[in-house]
Design a binder for this molecule. Structure first.
Ligand code: ADP
Ligand code: MG
Length: 384
């Protein structure tokens, strides 16, 4: 487990004594609303207690230097000469710095040691957390104020344009604006958002398949194109630019005009948006069974209609279905590996973890990593 003292000791060892400030930025789990963000739809993520920590000293020069205790490597760059360096994790920091500077903000350099408990490339959004961490460090060290939503958009822009990953805005949004014990309902088109209290009677359990999402990139782009194709056909009947503009009634009326595969992709997105709204109503009414039911329906839709699940994710959801005290489960993140999220009654957690390890061991010959999580605040400075 990481702690600030370990990071400070590392800083002293590499960069010498300095007065250090401490920052954090969390990873996230999406409870429901998958593959809806880039369709302008609804999502319900929570920031989790797996997070980045950074100990940081400002410098007067124009250089950023950061050491990652996870990769055991240092990245560095000059703020006056930012270039993409293939394969370097520092690109996430470079991208954010460049986007900030492009808005006319003057940045100063810093030296940092970072460490993270967000597993990399597992669908809990370590990349967005690293971007939001960087933006937060610059903001606090340089003392400028940026509207949080503008800061979030800027981090997304860094990932879209500097890294070249066409992600939606959910991940950066929740890493910045998460709230302890709350999930966040976000309308990905208007960017209106609302914190929704999570019940103390439900625990969030995340199971990591450990499967690297090799196909994720190409399939992700393919799905985006299929959604656009559905919109191009629906928009002949009713004005719209994203699948968000169409509801289940519209789908019923015009679904037969879509090629079969595209029809199923649209069905997932449109029904998923409706499920997010139903799930929030269930949460507000304290009906955790219904919320869990929506999670299972979401998984089935992602598996059968959107076709982004895999055997490992389906195995996790099947174990959840068979375990007393489990309310619901689904794959979370882009799919093809990564993680599943499980909602458990407190009494069900221990039994589920045991059963999950056994089932996974039997099926795949190894145990999955399992994180029992709490919902946490978004990124910020830790006053020490
Ligand atoms: P995800 O966002 O789902 O975790 P991505 O592939 O989008 O997966 O981002 C993972 C990348 O983020 C890593 O390859 C690495 O470049 C960077 N990264 C994440 N965590 C760390 C870390 N602790 N130290 C250095 N780089 C990190
Ligand atoms: Mg990412």
């Amino acid at each position: 487990m990481q702690n600030v003292e370990t990071l400070k000791a590392k800083f002293n060892e590499i960069y010498g004594q300095a007065k250090l400030r401490v920052f954090r930025a969390p990873g996230r789990v999406n409870l429901i609303g998958e593959h809806t963000d880039y369709n302008g739809g609804f999502v319900l993520p929570a920031a989790i207690d797996r997070e980045f920590l950074a100990v940081v000293a400002p410098t007067n020069g124009g250089e950023v230097k950061a050491f990652s205790m996870n990769t055991n490597t240092e990245t560095k760059f000059l703020l006056s000469d930012i270039k993409h360096v293939p394969g370097d994790w520092g690109n996430y920091m470079r991208g954010v710095a460049q986007c900030l500077q492009n808005t006319g903000i003057y940045l100063r350099g810093f030296t940092a040691v970072i460490s993270s408990t967000v597993p990399m490339a597992s669908g809990l959004s370590s990349s967005a957390a690293l971007e939001v961490l960087t933006e937060t460090i610059f903001e606090k060290l340089d003392g400028f104020h940026i509207d949080p939503v503008d800061g979030i958009k800027l981090c997304q822009k860094a990932e879209n344009e500097f890294i070249g990953v066409k992600c939606g805005i959910m991940d950066q949004f929740i890493s910045k604006l998460g709230k302890k014990d709350y999930a966040l309902f976000l309308d990905c088109r208007s960017l209106e958002y609302k914190h929704v209290p999570l019940s103390k009677d439900a625990k969030i359990v995340i199971v990591n398949t450990g499967v690297k999402r090799a196909l994720a990139g190409s399939k992700y782009n393919e799905r985006r194109a299929e959604c656009e194709q559905a919109v191009s056909i629906f928009s002949k009947h009713k004005k719209g630019t994203l699948l968000r503009d169409y509801d289940l009634n519209d789908f019923q009326k015009w679904q037969n005009e879509l090629p079969e595969v595209v029809r199923r992709r649209a069905k997932h997105v449109i029904s998923e948006n409706a499920r997010v709204l139903d799930a929030i109503d269930a949460l507000k009414a304290g009906n955790l069974e219904l919320f869990g039911h929506m999670m299972y329906e979401s998984h089935d839709s992602l598996k059968n209609d959107y076709e982004v699940s895999c055997l490992e994710l389906d195995t996790i959801v099947n174990t959840a279905r068979k375990t007393p005290g489990i309310l619901g489960a689904r794959m979370t993140g882009a799919g093809f590996g990564g993680c599943a999220v499980v909602l458990a009654e407190p009494r069900g957690v221990e039994r589920f973890v045991q059963k999950m390890e056994d089932d996974y061991q039997k099926e795949f010959g190894r145990k999955p990593e399992i994180y029992v999580c709490t919902a946490e605040d978004g990124a910020g400075e830790i006053k020490t």
